[in-house]
Write a protein that binds this ligand. Structure first.
Ligand code: HEB
Length: 740
C-alpha cells in the first residue's frame, strides 16, 4: 500500500504508521461497544450526575449566565454588546443534530466539544461560544455538565432577550470522547461539497431539487450536507431557490420530529435574534479546531481579515441581520418577511441572500451606531413565505404573535429536550408541569405491585399455558429491545408492544405476537380480578416476566439452574398516549438478534448488528452471549432455522457456539447477496445447517470469534447461562429509569 493510495495510513497513535483500520478498512469494528467506558471517564463508574446537579445553586448559575450575555470580551467582542444570538445558535446546533431514525445526535452528551461536530463548518465560531462559557463551567465544575450548560445558555440567552421560555430540564451527563457510533453520511468532504451523494439519484435530481429529491434523503441522516446541522442556507447546492429550500427544510426538520408549524416557529424565532457573519471572503479563515495548530489551544477558524473578530468576523460568509432589535424578542421577522418584497443579491462572499426592496435602512449595525442596514434574509428564511404550507403558518404567526411565541417556546423546548428520555429524568426547578406527547408518557403506577409468591404462581401459570419457550422469549425480546440508549426511547415499559404501530411490525411476527398477548392478557385478567388487596400486574410487566420465566425454564432444560431477576413496576400506556408516527421510528430496519434484515449496498448485516447492540448499550461479550442464547432458544422473527445450530431448539445450550466453530462443517454462500449460507458436512457433503452473516460473523471476526470460543469451551455451558441471564436482565431493564 503506497502512501499516495492510502491517505488514511497515518494513524497518529503509538508511533504512527498504518493500523488495522488502515490496512483492512472493511473489517467489522466493535469500538463503539467499548465507547464511554470507565477508562475514559475521570469521575469513574460511581459518579452520579443527577446528584451533582441537584446540589447546584441553579439560580446563581443562571445569574452568572445572564451577566455573561452582556460581558463583552476583547478576544471575541459581542455583536450589539450581547452574546445571546451566538449562544442560541450554539444550543440549537448542539440539539439540532438529533435525528428520529436512530435517536442519535442531539445535545444530550455535550458532543459539540469533540470531533467531528467541534469542527463542522456549520459550527463555525461556536468554539468561541463554548470558550466564553468556560469560566462558568470552571466555577461550577461537575455540578453542571457541558451538555446541560450549552442548552441552558441558549435558554438564558432567550430569557435575557425578553422571551419567556417553556422551561428547562437538566440531566444530560457528559461523555468524554467523540461518539463514533453516528453515521453522518458517506461523503469524504465537508459542506459546501458533496450534497447529492445522500440523495437518491434519478429523474427527480434533474427537477432541480424538487419535492421527490428532498424526500429521498438517505436514512437515517438528518441533514442535507456533510458538516451542516440541517440545510444549506443558500438553498440546495446554493441554487438560491426558496421553494426548493423549503422541501429540504421540511425533510430535514421532519427528521428531527418537527412538523411544519414547529419548523416555521423555530426558524423564525431563531432568526429574530442575532446576526450572520460574513465580513469578507472565507479565504481569510484558517483551519477548523481539529485541524488547527497546537498553540491555538483548541480554537479554530483563525481569521486574518483585519481584526479577525467583531465587525470583521467571518462565520457563514453571509451578511444578514434579520430584525430591528437583534437583542430583543419581537415579531419583526414576520413583519418584514411579508412587509417587503425581496430581491436576490450576492452576499460579500458571493453567496446568494435576499435584501428587502425599496426598504429604508432600519436595521442597526452590530458595532457602529452610526451605520444602518436594510432588512436582509437568507434563502431559507424566504422559504417560509415561498412554500404555500409554510406561508399559511407564517401569516398566522404574523397576525397572532401570541401563537408564534407559544409555538416557538414549545418547539424550542422539544428541540432541546427531545433526546433526554422520559420525564422522570428531567432535573431542576424549571421542569414544565405539562406532559407532552413526544415524551412518550407512561401512566404512573397506582396499584400494589406483585411480590415473590405472586411471581412464582404467575410464572407457573405462564409456563403451563401451552405457549412455547421460544414464543415467550421472542415476545419479551420484541417488547424490550426497542430501547435505544441514544435518545432513551423505547423499551418494555409502557407495554407499547400491544399497541399500534408495534403490534404490526414484521420483525415482531404479528400473528405470533397476537397469540402470545391474548394468552398473557387472560392470565393478567384472571390474576388481577382475583386480588382483594389492590395488587395488580401490568401487561408490560407480565410480558417481561413471561420471557424471564421462559429463559429460566430453557436453562433448566440444559441442566443449569438459573434465576432471572424480575423487578415489577412497569405500567401500560394507552393508545392515545402513543404517537404512532414517532413510535414507528423505533422500528428496526434490521435486528440480528432475531435474524431480521438484509445487507444493503452500504451496510452489511453484521454492521447493523453492532449498531443495534450499541443502541442496546451492550458490550461485545453481552452481544455474543445474547446471540448464542437466543439462537439456542430459537427466536428468529419468522421461525426460520437460520443460525439455529442445535438439535434441541428451545433449550439454553451453548450449541450455537460449539457447532459454529466445528471444523467438520463447511460453509458456502447460497445467495448472491451473501446474506445466507449453507453448512454441509465436510466429508459426506450432507446439508447440516443454514445461517446468515449475523451468525457467521461470530466465527470469522477475530474478536467475536475469541468470545465465541469462550462459550464453546469447557465450562462454556455454565458460563453461557450465567452471562445470558445477566445480559437478558439488563436488556429487560434498560428503560427502568425509575430504579436508579
Ligand atoms: Fe440559524 C445564525 C442558517 C435555523 C438560530 N443561521 C445563522 C447563520 C446561518 C444560519 C447561516 C449565520 C451564522 C453566522 O454567524 O454567520 N439557521 C440557518 C439555517 C437554518 C437555521 C439554514 C434552517 C433553515 N437558526 C435556525 C434555528 C434557530 C436558529 C432553527 C434556532 C431556533 N441562527 C440562529 C441564531 C443565529 C443564527 C440565533 C445568530 C447567531 C449569532 O448572532 O451569532
Amino acid at each position: 500500500m503506497s502512501e499516495s493510495k492510502c491517505p488514511y495510513a497515518q494513524s497518529n497513535v503509538a508511533g504512527g504508521g498504518p493500523k488495522n483500520r488502515d490496512w483492512w478498512p472493511e473489517l467489522l469494528r466493535l469500538d463503539i461497544l467499548r465507547q464511554n467506558g470507565v477508562a475514559s471517564d475521570p469521575f469513574g463508574a460511581d459518579f452520579d450526575y443527577a446528584k451533582e446537579f441537584k446540589s447546584l445553586d441553579y439560580n446563581a448559575l443562571k445569574a452568572d449566565l445572564t451577566a455573561l450575555m452582556t460581558d463583552s470580551q476583547d478576544w471575541w467582542p459581542a455583536d450589539f454588546g450581547h452574546y445571546g444570538g451566538l449562544f442560541i445558535r450554539m444550543a440549537w446546533h448542539s440539539a439540532g443534530t438529533y435525528r428520529v431514525f436512530d435517536g442519535r445526535g442531539g445535545g444530550g452528551q455535550g458532543q459539540q466539544r469533540f470531533a467531528p461536530l467541534s469542527s463542522w463548518p456549520d459550527n463555525g465560531n461556536l468554539d468561541k461560544a463554548r470558550r466564553l462559557l468556560w469560566p462558568i463551567k470552571q466555577k461550577y465544575g461537575s455540578k453542571i455538565s457541558w451538555a446541560d450548560l450549552m442548552i441552558l445558555a441558549g435558554n438564558v440567552a432567550l430569557e435575557s432577550m425578553g422571551f419567556k421560555t417553556f422551561g428547562f430540564a437538566g440531566g444530560r451527563a457528559d461523555t468524554w470522547e467523540a461518539d463514533e457510533s453516528v453515521y453522518w453520511g458517506s461523503e469524504t468532504s465537508f459542506f459546501p461539497e458533496g450534497r447529492d451523494k445522500r440523495f437518491a439519484s434519478g429523474p427527480s435530481l434533474e427537477k432541480k431539487y424538487g419535492k421527490e429529491h428532498a424526500q429521498s434523503l438517505e436514512k437515517p441522516l438528518g441533514a442535507t450536507n456533510m458538516g451542516l446541522i440541517y440545510v444549506d442556507p443558500r438553498g440546495p447546492n446554493a441554487n438560491a431557490d426558496p421553494v426548493a429550500a423549503a422541501h429540504d427544510i421540511r425533510e430535514a426538520f421532519g427528521r428531527m420530529a418537527m412538523n411544519d408549524e414547529e419548523t416555521v416557529a423555530l426558524i423564525a424565532g431563531g432568526h429574530t435574534l442575532g446576526k450572520t457573519h460574513g465580513a469578507a471572503p472565507d479565504s481569510h479563515v484558517g483551519p477548523e479546531p481539529e485541524g488547527a495548530s497546537i498553540e491555538q489551544n483548541g480554537l479554530g477558524w483563525k481569521n486574518s481579515y483585519k481584526s479577525g473578530k467583531g465587525a470583521d468576523a467571518i462565520t457563514s460568509g453571509l451578511e444578514v441581520i434579520w430584525t430591528k432589535t437583534p437583542t430583543w424578542w419581537s415579531n419583526n421577522f414576520f413583519e418584514y418577511l411579508f412587509g417587503y418584497e425581496w430581491e436576490l443579491v450576492e452576499g460579500p462572499g458571493g453567496a446568494p441572500q435576499f435584501v428587502a426592496k425599496n426598504a429604508e435602512n432600519i436595521i442597526p449595525d452590530a458595532f457602529d451606531k452610526s451605520k444602518k442596514h436594510p432588512p436582509r434574509m437568507l434563502v431559507t428564511d424566504i422559504a417560509l413565505r415561498a412554500d404555500p404550507e409554510y406561508e399559511k403558518i407564517s401569516r398566522r404567526f404574523l397576525k397572532n404573535p401570541d401563537q408564534f411565541n407559544d409555538a416557538f417556546a414549545r418547539a424550542w423546548f422539544k428541540l432541546t429536550h427531545r433526546d433526554m428520555g422520559p420525564r422522570i429524568l428531567y432535573l431542576g426547578p424549571e421542569v414544565p408541569k405539562e406532559e407532552l406527547l413526544w415524551q412518550d408518557p407512561i401512566p404512573a403506577i397506582n396499584h400494589l405491585l406483585v411480590d415473590g409468591n405472586d411471581i412464582l404462581s404467575l410464572k407457573r401459570e405462564i409456563l403451563n399455558s401451552g405457549l412455547s419457550i421460544s414464543k415467550l422469549v421472542s415476545v419479551a425480546w420484541a417488547s424490550a429491545s426497542t430501547f435505544r440508549g441514544s435518545d432513551k426511547r423505547g423499551g418494555a415499559n409502557g407495554g407499547h408492544i400491544r399497541l399500534s404501530p408495534q403490534k404490526d411490525w414484521e420483525v415482531n411476527n404479528p400473528q405470533q405476537l397476537a397469540e402470545v398477548l391474548s394468552v398473557l392478557e387472560r392470565i393478567q385478567t384472571s390474576f388481577n380480578e382475583s386480588q382483594t388487596t389492590g395488587k395488580r400486574i401490568s401487561l408490560a410487566d407480565l410480558i417481561v416476566l413471561a420471557g424471564s420465566a421462559a429463559v429460566e425454564s430453557a436453562a433448566n432444560a440444559a441442566g443449569v439452574r438459573a434465576v432471572v431477576p424480575f423487578i415489577p413496576g412497569r405500567a401500560d400506556a394507552t393508545q392515545e398516549q402513543t404517537d404512532v408516527e414517532q413510535f414507528n421510528y423505533l422500528q428496526p430496519i434490521a435486528d440480528g438478534f432475531r435474524n431480521y434484515g438484509k445487507s444493503s449496498g452500504r451496510v452489511k448485516q453484521e454492521q447493523t448488528l453492532v449498531d443495534r447492540a450499541h443502541l442496546l448499550k451492550l458490550s461485545a461479550p453481552e452481544l455474543t452471549v445474547l446471540i448464542g442464547g437466543l439462537r439456542a432458544i430459537n427466536t428468529n422473527f419468522d421461525g426460520s432455522s437460520h443460525g439455529i445450530l442445535t438439535s434441541r431448539p428451545g433449550v439454553l445450550t451453548n450449541d450455537f457456539f460449539v457447532n459454529l466453530l466445528d471444523m467438520s462443517t463447511e460453509w458456502k454462500a447460497v445467495d448472491d447477496s451473501k446474506d445466507l449460507f449453507e453448512g454441509t458436512d465436510r466429508k459426506s457433503g450432507a446439508k447440516k445447517w443454514t445461517a446468515t452473516r449475523f451468525d457467521l460473523i461470530f466465527s470469522s471476526q477475530p474478536e467475536l470469534r475469541a468470545l465465541a470460543e469462550v462459550y464453546a469451551s469447557a465450562g462454556g455451558q455454565q458460563k453461557l447461562v450465567t452471562d445470558f441471564v445477566a445480559a437478558w436482565a439488563k436488556v429487560m431493564n434498560l428503560d427502568r429509569f425509575d430504579l436508579a
